[in-house]
Design a protein around this ligand. Structure first.
Ligand code: SF4
Ligand code: FES
Length: 190
């Protein structure tokens, strides 16, 4: 496939960014979206240009770091997956794809596609979790009957990987969405 990319480039937090055009050929449908970016970066490095900085770690949909706004949508066109799980078969030969960092005031851009998500840490530090000493005579959690609906809600909250897509998808970028863990990736309701 031949694809046309429009990618946000920004030198640092203080600089003004802009969209830059790139063209790639020979892209296979089975390549992941991040592998496509890896190939682009290898080309840029070979040409002596600065590679595009983007966050990633597990590349398995677990860590939540690969926060990319793809064609205006957090994590791209597919549902219920992170950007690292997106594959190029979701696009067509000749497509133009825009890639930006998540757009939210709470997530300032550090460089290119990398954002600062310490706003999430501040929410947690402000009381998003509690510590309880369970040593001694605490009843085993598995012996307490829990209604299915409550168990499911609890699971949705636990499934949050802190990717920030709910904040980026929300029109007012409300970071409170993180604490209710009802965003697109974890609940499927977004
Ligand atoms: S609730 Fe928000 S931060 Fe958590 S996984 Fe879903 S989209 Fe990502
Ligand atoms: S790189 Fe970890 S979820 Fe995408």
């Amino acid at each position: 496939m031949k694809i046309y990319l429009k990618i946000w480039r920004q030198k640092d937090a203080a600089s003004k960014g802009k969209m830059v055009d790139y063209t790639m050929e020979g892209i296979e449908g089975d390549m992941s979206f991040l592998e496509m970016l890896d190939i682009l970066n290898e080309d840029l490095i070979t040409k002596g240009e600065e590679p595009i900085e983007f966050d990633h770690d597990c590349r398995e949909g677990i860590c939540g770091t690969c926060s990319l706004q793809i064609n205006g949508r957090p994590h791209g066109p597919d549902r219920m997956i992170t950007a690292c799980q997106l594959h190029m078969r979701s696009f067509n030969d000749g497509d133009t794809i825009t890639i930006e960092p998540f757009r939210a005031k709470a997530f300032p851009v550090i460089k290119d596609l990398i954002i600062d998500r310490t706003a999430f840490d501040r929410i947690q530090q402000a009381g998003g979790y509690i510590s309880v000493n369970t040593s001694g005579h605490t009843i085993d959690a598995n012996t307490i009957p829990i209604e299915k609906e409550n168990a499911d809600d609890s699971f949705y909250a636990a499934a949050c990987i802190g990717c920030g897509a709910c904040v980026a998808a929300c029109k007012n970028a409300s970071a409170m969405l993180f604490t209710s863990a009802k965003g697109p990736a974890s609940s499927g309701k977004g």
